[in-house]
Design a protein around this ligand. Structure first.
Ligand code: GLV
Ligand code: GLV
Length: 307
């Protein structure tokens, strides 16, 4: 008892109930990400930190917490925001929240894909602009998905869930992972969808060279992490009609978006909503709470991150 659990941003109440059974729970009431300085101040004395993907948790944050820090539970499947070796070195367990967000993220990926290929967002904008229009056979034609090829980069759980949806839509699916080169995939795919974690190896995986290898008629979908794509090179490629369009849920410098992308009709943008359903966000927070409970009770956590 008396253990301090610091939560860096509001989380669903169900998770707080579980955390309060473990100790004193302090939730940041700033309705924004904490600055690095605020974060270091907030975590002082914590045995557990429940962190968000916008928090950079490094050795300095762990040191600011103190030697009693035992677990950092990231409420996200990705943990590129955490310096895992620095925490492991300090005896701190890192956990994430895989699986519970797989379907929600795959659904949003498909939503972006359909919004882009069938011009849903563009059509919505047209009507809201109160522009005159009438049905005709050549009006706002998009591209069908049946018989097209979806290229999935990073065939983890989310990539596989996207592939299942694609098959239901009559698409062929090709994968590229650590072993298969992405160049072959980029040449044949009508849609390229990114599902690899952000690591030093995948930063700018989709750069000018990769974009120029894609078909001129191909679409790019990114629902993983912004820096996997060179956003400026993507804007260049779109403006030069090197590819047909892009659906982006994540951005290189969130919450900023490359301004040129905002001007393009063949780009569909969502503000990092991959896991944003009531059900999934509750599951994610509960899973993080369960991971905190396990470590503080001296048990093996459900989702330890091992680098
Ligand atoms: C969301 O982006 C996550 O990694 O959970
Ligand atoms: C289209 O609206 C159709 O009826 O074919």
């Amino acid at each position: 008892w008396g253990m301090r659990i610091v939560v860096t941003r509001r989380v669903p109440e169900a998770a707080l109930v579980e955390l309060r059974a473990l100790g004193e729970v302090v939730v940041s009431d700033a309705d924004r990400p904490l600055t690095q300085e605020e974060l270091q101040e907030a975590v002082a004395g914590a045995s557990a930190i429940v962190s968000m993907l916008h928090d950079r948790i490094d050795g300095a944050v762990a040191d600011a917490a103190g030697p009693q820090l035992r677990v950092v539970a990231n409420v996200a499947v990705g943990y590129d925001n955490i310096d895992v070796p620095a925490l492991v070195e300090r005896g701190v367990v890192v956990t994430n929240t895989p699986d519970v967000l797989t379907d929600a993220t795959a659904d949003l990926t498909f939503g972006l894909l359909l919004a882009l290929t069938r011009r849903i967002a563009e059509g919505d904008r047209l009507l809201r602009a109160r522009k005159p229009w009438s049905f005709h056979l050549g009006f706002m034609l998009g591209s069908g998905l049946q018989g097209k090829t979806l290229g999935i980069i990073g065939p983890g759980q989310i990539g596989k869930a996207v592939a299942r949806r694609a098959e239901a839509f009559g698409m062929r699916v090709v994968y590229s992972g650590r072993s298969q080169p992405k160049e072959d995939l980029l040449r044949v795919a009508d849609v390229v969808s990114l599902h690899c974690p952000l690591t030093p190896e995948t930063r700018h995986l989709i750069d000018a060279k990769a974009l120029s290898a894609m078909k001129h008629t191909a679409f790019l979908i990114n629902t993983t992490r912004g820096p996997v794509v060179d956003e400026s090179a993507l804007a260049d490629a779109l403006l030069a009609n090197e590819i047909a369009g892009a659906g982006l849920d994540v951005f290189e410098r969130e919450p900023e978006v490359e301004p040129r992308l905002l001007e393009l009709d063949n780009v569909v943008l969502t503000p990092h909503l991959g896991s944003a359903t009531v059900e999934t966000r509750t599951e994610m927070a509960l899973l993080a709470a369960r991971n905190v409970a396990a470590v503080l009770n001296g048990e093996e956590p459900v989702n330890p991150v091992r680098r």
